[in-house]
Design a binder for this molecule. Sequence first.
Ligand SMILES: [Zn+2]
Length: 324
Amino acid sequence: MATVLAGDFGGTNLRAAIVNEAGELLVRVEDDTPQAATRDEIIGHVIDLLARTAAAAPEPPLAACIATAGLIDADRGVVVIAPNIPGFRNLPLTPPVAARLGIPVYIENDASAAALGEFRYGAGRGARNLLHATLGTGIGGGIVVEGHLYRGSQGLAGEIGHIILDPSGPVCNCGSRGCLEAMVSGVAFAERARVLVSSGKSLILREIVGARTATGADLFAAASAGDAIAEAEIRHGGHLLGLGIGSLVNVLNPDVVTLSGGLLSMGDMLLGPLRQAMYSLAYGPAAGTLVRISELAEDAGLLGAAAVAWERTEARAESRETGD
Ligand SMILES: [Zn+2]
């Protein structure tokens, strides 16, 4: 059976799997991401995990893809900036992995990979054009156009967390002010929760948090327990997400918007205002755009990487046929 090797390389976990064309995980291996390790130690760890997984496959996989956070120049196999791993800057990651595994190796931004994973195996099956948004600690995204992942000229495409919603808003990691990610994300909600606790305006939140540092989950817990200010914060966040995503829908005109990430646990408190804002600014046929929640759960990263490995493998086969 033909398979590919998928790697999902996150800040806390390293996952790898052998995946067939139908998106079934035949082998699955998981490890902790080494902390306080050098750049070369981390690369060595990733290579060992992938090699171990490949060795457990029924037959050698056709190709491998590693999905990871950050700015990835996928066509050159280079990690340009990895925010979670300090030593990873302008790092050609695929050559050492390919040398060890002896198969073509690709790398992809995790949110872009997730978009292709939803398109092939998840909530975006049957779509032609798809916009995916990852709503978690940060805000990411990916774009599928006519069935293929759209990467842009340097791999930047899909960075939906950095559209500007308020030029005088909070400073973002990217250096701009008022980016979607700086206004509403796991990190932004945690910041709002801390402000609410120190202002003394939300007694329920203050009781939930106690002596700890407040998190976004605390904000949601307070809202669920009836705290009107916490609920208003979350609803406002959903509204802003809807403005950002809705603007992109007007530009891209996808069949479907798929959503994944930890913020979805806030349910309708976040998603209601998100949908309302998105549809309120829909231009013409954009009002018919579907919004669907990811069905891939914790395997989303692996299936995204697998989807990219399959797409790359198909493209290679096509270019061999046409002699390009
Ligand atoms: Zn930004």
